[in-house]
Design a protein around this ligand. Structure first.
Ligand code: NI
Length: 184
């Protein structure tokens, strides 16, 4: 089932997600719905707060980017439950990010190139993995969502001023986008 995506300004986007105690059928259905919602909106990642659930859960599929960028071949499709960022290191670099909750706004964000993260998969198995490059980047963005943070908070002051009106327009529901959104 495709769910409405919560738009910039929704309080749930600034909350820290709660730990998922048991990966039951409800959570598995939620995960299925998140995949469907993400693909419907042509996203490469989506986090539970973006569909109105304050939980430590996100899904990403960077395999979709393999077609666009020929030099990128190690895309992943993965569910991250109860993720804990253990380490971030390596030379920070800027990359232009966007977000399904903030349509039509993009901006350069500086992040470390490598991460080590612990999480549970759909079957509850506890994994610790190292990711780099584009995979790390998308995970960092989604991880921020479960920490109640949005990429716009990292933008330089001049860029923040430049997008202020656009952000207010999103809050007001004045957005033209081809997927369903839920505004404040
Ligand atoms: Ni996002």
């Amino acid at each position: 089932m495709i769910l409405p995506i919560y738009a910039y300004g929704q309080p749930v986007l600034s909350k820290t997600g709660k730990v998922i105690e048991s990966i039951d059928d409800d959570i598995k259905t939620l995960i299925d719905n998140m995949w469907e919602t993400m693909y419907n909106a042509s996203g490469i990642g989506i986090a539970a707060p973006q569909i109105g659930k304050s939980l430590r859960l996100f899904v990403i599929d960077t395999k979709q980017m393999e077609g666009e960028d020929k030099s990128f071949k190690d895309g992943i499709k993965q569910v991250f439950i109860n993720a804990v960022m253990l380490e971030e290191w390596d030379e920070p670099y800027e990359y232009e990010e966007g977000c399904l909750s903030i349509p039509h706004i993009r901006g350069n964000v500086s992040r470390n190139a490598q991460i080590k993260i612990q999480y549970q998969d759909r079957d509850g198995a506890l994994l610790t993995e190292v990711y780099s490059g584009l995979n790390a980047r998308v995970i960092q963005h989604e991880y921020d969502h479960i920490e109640g943070k949005l990429f716009t908070e990292y933008l330089k002051p001049i860029k923040k001023r430049r997008i202020k009106r656009k952000l207010q327009a999103i809050k007001n529901g004045e957005v033209s986008i081809n997927y369903r959104m839920r505004y404040v």
